[in-house]
Design a protein around this ligand. Structure first.
Ligand SMILES: C[S@@+](CC[C@H](N)C(=O)[O-])C[C@H]1O[C@@H](n2cnc3c(N)ncnc32)[C@H](O)[C@@H]1O
Length: 296
């Protein structure tokens, strides 16, 4: 029976609500078939007859904490590639890094976080972009990649990639930042040494993961899948985590324009990013909005 188990509408709602509570992700009705397909083998493994039984197992069995990890893997989208939204990485390198370099010249140390880093292409691209900046030559540069998926974090630590990860990587960057590893390409040691990976559930970000305080946070193509309230809480937690004067970069389809936020929008040549002021301000007033940006 579980081999062909079908998820009915009620079962989907139960699992959707559990996913929303635990991760912030809000699946639309189109997510039902994906969840059904990805979780069938879990029913089989646990000898459960239905998705309603699986939901009961996850919610009420003490040993279900490990199983929740499978639910998270099934609910998340891991699409990513090197130098995705490169216009933003270039804006970061050419317009933001010089400001950060001036701010931090006394310590010559810069830390970036990639939240929802998936299989690592984004944090490695950030590290490569930092290496391209003349303002940072001789600096201690560190990129922290964090994700809820332990499988994707394991792939990120390996740093070995197939062709689909390179759809936006120039031949010059391939030659400079990768080495050939059998049929695949491996991120060069110089870049891997700059990067650390760890687990985070963004809905618990306010508990402050034990990594160096970030000067810049990239949280791209993650919050777009979140319910509005959870998205606001994550943005607020990022604000608290960031060093004053630090920056937040979101994905091209994401914006803070309609969120109450203490971040200040910063207009780059081709993008809008967000800055935590040097003098941290009071919590946002309900309904307070940022200014309209160029691309968003
Ligand atoms: C579509 S990928 C984006 C990868 C990369 N940021 C990019 O733009 O190419 C979304 C990632 O967010 C992660 N994610 C989703 N919900 C999360 C949560 N609550 N906490 C931490 N990571 C989460 C997923 O596991 C997935 O790896």
């Amino acid at each position: 029976m579980p081999r062909n188990a079908v998820m009915d509408a009620r079962e989907f709602e139960l699992l959707r609500d559990l996913i929303r509570e635990r991760t912030g992700i809000l699946l639309g009705p189109e997510g039902a078939r994906q969840l059904e397909r990805r979780l069938r083998e879990r029913l089989e493994f646990l000898s459960l007859a239905s998705f309603a039984d699986y939901h009961r197992h996850l919610r009420f069995r003490a040993e279900a904490d490990d199983e929740l990890q499978h639910l998270f893997e099934a609910a998340t989208n891991n699409e990513t590639y090197f130098f995705r939204e490169d216009y933003q990485l270039q804006g970061f390198r050419d317009e933001i890094v010089p400001v950060l370099a001036a701010d931090l010249h006394h310590q010559r140390r810069l830390t970036c976080w990639s939240l929802g880093c998936s299989t690592g292409e984004e944090p490695y691209s950030i590290a490569m972009t930092l290496l391209e900046s003349e303002a940072l030559v001789g600096w201690a540069l560190h990129v922290v990649g964090l994700d809820i998926s332990r499988q994707r974090l394991a792939a990120a630590r390996k740093g070995v990639y197939g062709e689909s990860s390179f759809r936006c990587t120039s031949p010059q960057r391939r030659a400079r930042f990768f080495t050939q590893d059998a049929d695949a390409l491996r991120v060069a040691k110089e870049v891997r040494q700059m990067c650390t990976f760890g687990f985070v559930n963004l809905v618990s970000l306010h508990e402050r993961p034990k990594f160096e305080q970030p000067d810049a946070v990239f949280c791209r193509n993650v919050l777009i899948y979140f319910e509005p309230e959870a998205r606001c809480r994550v943005i607020e937690a990022i604000y608290e985590l960031l060093r004053p004067g630090g920056y937040l970069m979101l994905g091209h389809a994401e914006s803070l324009l309609h969120e109450p936020t203490r971040f200040i929008p910063v207009h780059l040549d081709q993008d809008v990013v967000y800055r935590k002021p040097h003098l941290a301000s009071a919590p946002p007033k309900p309904g307070a909005h940022g200014r309209k940006g160029r691309r968003r």
